[in-house]
Design a binder for this molecule. Sequence first.
Ligand SMILES: Nc1nc2c(ncn2[C@@H]2O[C@H](COP(=O)(O)OP(=O)(O)O)[C@@H](O)[C@H]2O)c(=O)[nH]1
Ligand SMILES: [Mg+2]
Length: 230
Amino acid sequence: MVPETPPPVFTLSDISVVMGTRNEEEAVGKVITDIKNATHNQAEIVVVDGSSDNTANIAEQLGARVIRQKPQGYGIAVKAALLASTRDIVITLDCDDTYPAEQIPEFLSKINEGYDVVSGSRLLSENENMTRLNLFGNALFAKITSLLYGVKVTDVTTGMRAYRRQVITAFDWTENVGLSAELLFRPAAHHYRVIEIPILYRPRLGETKLNPISGGAGILKSIIKYAIFR
Ligand SMILES: Nc1nc2c(ncn2[C@@H]2O[C@H](COP(=O)(O)OP(=O)(O)O)[C@@H](O)[C@H]2O)c(=O)[nH]1
Ligand SMILES: [Mg+2]
């Protein structure tokens, strides 16, 4: 009998952490330092920057690979960062200190258990740092996604996830404000193994770059579009 090949066990040096950054001068230093600490300085850090402040220079000084482009929205930046990254496991974060870089090893453990997408849910943990509007909207988007795509999820707009590279290269990503949702519902619809884990969500350093109303409408449009045309 041919023995089954064991699945590869990934380590911290197999991780790329990717972020879009727009005027995150206040947060970028702490966020990159937290990533470096959590990954024992082993991860590749890729930043796609559309800032008019000093964010890109700070990121570069701290060892991140920085790609500069004009600001075109969250999804355009994050897609470029995903495609520029080179390691087997890709982790997304916002560069605003809201997401817990210190939980990166937990994401890696779940990948090593065999999951393809590990999604950090802000609604599975005690969460006092989201506005009531965002909490309501996010709970609603998760319900709609669960109904339309036949998956059980609690947070589809989270910015913190880990993906096996095959998931990233399997699709041509199209959404901008809705990219975070698209990165969850398309793999789920194609039966990739998706799991949520609870994450902490801290107050933001600096100002939000997304408008909750127009952003929310864009996310809803993405969720419904792919449910019809997938
Ligand atoms: N490069 C780039 N990054 C962006 C753009 N818009 C938002 N971002 C970044 O995307 C991440 C998410 O945006 P954020 O303001 O935190 O959205 P929120 O979490 O919904 O409040 C942050 O790191 C932003 O700096 C953009 O147009 N270009
Ligand atoms: Mg944010």
